[in-house]
Design a protein around this ligand. Structure first.
Ligand SMILES: [Zn+2]
Length: 381
């Protein structure tokens, strides 16, 4: 997801990113408007998209600020045309004492739509009292030729549509929070996702049926919305599976037990010679059974180039984290990330029993996800 979005700035310390599908919104509004008669100008279309963009930003800021008040750090906001995703720091999720997780999740989920509904109602009041010529109730409700009216209705639409019980929309998050009272969060997510799938499919089908007789102009929005919901639900399901793999797989299931080690007394040239004969990129440095450091192929090469031959001892990284067999992948990932490491030695009773490297985690994650999917399919058929 991150790679499909570009950073545009920060608000209240939260990074704002725009997803590339926003370009589709621009194209879609342009096409939808030129299909209708009327003479919209590119400038006005841009302003209309700006209004929708701004409304989505305020919606997401609603989530982010309430999350921060509840003790969760918002890392980034990614903006999609029909809403956004606020990435919360999942490491601390559920760990704030004295806060009931499902109640907190409901408050965070409702904050976004409430922002839009408030903007919609306030601007509607302003339009009705100050600018009656904007004709609030005249169709088309959202059009670049009627920007004030569009401000009102796009916010009301955003507020109401996000309350649909279709995960990952906010209404679906409320639903998931309610499910999570009686089951773990992965199961609750699965259940919320299947509700979302059903609803999105229904919207696409109904939208298509309405479209066929050349009929209702709003039905194309219904198809588009259903389509976005399907993509969203797909993505959330995958990340829920990924998360469950991270939490339930232990290091002993994925660690490399057949690996090469180096000695601090090895010369860098010897080390390189050993490195050539293995696929490993990172090596534990061991002296008489004790872990004393870690070193990577890249470090060895770099040192050789810069200073010529020397000893592993002087180049190796002495700061490293060790793990135990029964630690979860999630905890290993956190350790790798927080210290920018690429290898974690797995230790049992002071003995090195395996290593986990970033390279090997990436491979085994893909394999594990695949084997779980196969098992799940086998169970279902
Ligand atoms: Zn939202």
């Amino acid at each position: 997801m991150r790679s499909w979005s570009i950073p545009v700035g920060r608000l209240f310390g939260v990074e704002i990113r725009v997803h590339l599908t926003f370009v589709f919104l621009l194209a879609f509004v342009w096409m939808a408007e030129s299909a209708m008669k009327g003479n919209s100008t590119p400038g006005r279309v841009l302003i209309l998209v700006g209004i929708i963009f701004g409304s989505v930003v305020l919606h997401e800021l609603g989530h982010a600020l309430v999350a921060q008040r509840e003790g969760l750090q918002a890392k980034a906001i990614i903006l999609f045309p029909i809403g956004g995703i606020t990435l919360l720091d999942d490491v601390v999720a559920g760990s704030t004492p004295g806060v009931v997780a499902w109640k907190r999740d409901i408050r965070i989920a409702l904050a976004g739509p409430l922002v839009n509904i408030a903007i919609g109602l306030i601007s509607a009041a302003v339009v009705l009292t100050r600018f009656p010529e904007a004709q609030l109730w005249t169709k088309p409700l959202i059009h670049s030729n009627h920007l004030l009216r569009s401000l009102v209705w796009s916010n009301l639409y955003l507020g109401v549509f996000n309350l649909l019980p279709a995960y990952p929309m906010d209404g679906g998050r409320v639903l998931r929070a309610l499910f999570s009272r009686g089951m773990d969060i992965v199961q609750a997510t699965r259940r919320a996702v299947s509700v979302a799938h059903a609803l999105a499919t229904l919207m696409v089908v109904v939208g298509m049926l309405l479209l066929i007789p050349g009929g209702h102009p709003d039905s194309s929005y219904l198809v588009m919305l259903g389509f976005f919901l399907l993509i969203g639900a797909q993505f959330e399901e995958r990340s829920a599976i990924f998360q469950s793999v991270l939490e339930t797989v232990h290091l002993e299931d994925v660690m490399l037990t057949d690996f090469a080690t180096l000695s601090p007394a090895d010369t860098l040239e010897d080390a390189l010679e050993k490195a050539v004969h293995t696929l490993q990129d990172d090596f534990p440095v061991v002296r008489g059974g004790d872990m004393v450091g870690v070193i990577s192929k890249a470090n060895i090469l770099q040192a050789l180039r810069a200073e010529g031959n020397g000893y592993v001892q002087s180049v190796m990284n002495r700061i490293f984290e060790v793990s135990t067999r029964t630690e979860s992948l999630a905890s290993a990932f956190r350790k790798l990330n927080s210290r920018n490491l690429s290898i974690i030695p797995v230790v049992e009773e002071q003995q090195l029993v395996g290593i986990v490297t970033l390279q090997n985690l990436m491979h085994s994650m893909a394999l594990l996800a695949e084997s779980r999917k196969l098992r799940k399919e086998a169970l279902e058929s």
